[in-house]
Ligand binder design. Structure first.
Ligand code: SF4
Length: 253
């Protein structure tokens, strides 16, 4: 018997959109490139979007509570498929007891599991946090280094986590692409791409240098609170006129 191939699920913004609509029922024009993606913004449109993000929020901040680069690393590892609020609730008492690799290892995996059990995938995450803490002690004297290769070798740490740590803890101009950033970049035309790495590479190429340091935060906050997955707040969106998403709505006049 021949098996049917298993099809990988596609990230939502890449699917073909249904017919365009607007709050007033007026159809929005479709503007798409040959491969079915939204037509990318021009350099002037990108500049204008970031100019507005900066004017609205000059110093955007991440929402994961942390004390030092190590606790930031742990918080980001715990935040996979979980909300920042749920992670903060668990890490406040956790970091009061363990805010270094040494104290985390001393706390132990069982106790750590107990303290983070309100977070999804807590067993795997506890295992990874203890393992990465041991690795930091063994290989880097308990330090979190601002080196991508070293970060990505740690258990439970991928490119996105490394980018967040490099940006927030060490001020590097990395742009982490999570589900929110991916959605915003594909819907608007800022940096369309079929997967997070393609979006990140494009973002790196098109983001003007003066906006790179905070681009990740502006985009993540926009995706989390304005350009939400199910019901984006298009009528009050500050880049509505620039956005190329065929399904966007506009304020009724
Ligand atoms: S107009 Fe709507 S779809 Fe476009 S960026 Fe704003 S919230 Fe998102």
């Amino acid at each position: 018997m021949t098996r049917k191939p298993i099809r990988k699920p596609r990230l939502s913004p890449a699917r073909p959109p249904p017919p365009a609509r607007s709050a007033s029922g007026k159809a929005a024009p479709r503007r798409r490139s040959g491969r079915g993606m939204i037509k990318p913004w021009s350099a002037a449109e990108i500049e204008e979007a970031f100019r507005r993000f900066r004017a609205a929020n000059p110093e955007p901040k991440g929402e994961l509570e942390h004390i030092n680069p190590y606790t930031l690393l742990v918080a980001v590892v715990l935040s996979a498929q979980a909300t920042d609020a749920s992670v903060n609730k668990a890490t406040e008492p956790l970091f009061a007891l363990a805010d270094t690799p040494e104290t985390m290892v001393a706390l132990g995996e069982e106790r750590l599991q107990e303290m983070i059990k309100t977070i999804g995938l807590y067993r795997t995450k506890a295992k990874n946090v203890i393992a990465l803490s041991r690795q930091l002690i063994a290989e880097h004297g308990g330090m979190v280094l601002p080196v991508r290769e070293a970060l990505e070798k740690l258990p439970g740490v991928g490119r996105k986590t490394a980018n967040v740590v490099l940006n927030i803890a060490f001020g590097e101009e990395t742009i982490a692409v999570d589900t929110h950033v991916f959605r915003v970049c594909n819907r608007t035309g800022l940096a369309p791409g079929k997967d997070p790495l393609e979006v990140e590479t494009r973002l790196e190429a098109v983001t003007p240098p003066e906006y790179k340091r905070h681009a990740h935060h502006w985009l993540i906050l926009h995706g989390r609170y304005v350009c939400t997955a199910l019901r984006p707040h298009c009528p009050t969106c500050l880049i509505n006129d620039l956005c190329r998403w065929p399904e966007k709505t506009v304020a009724a006049t």
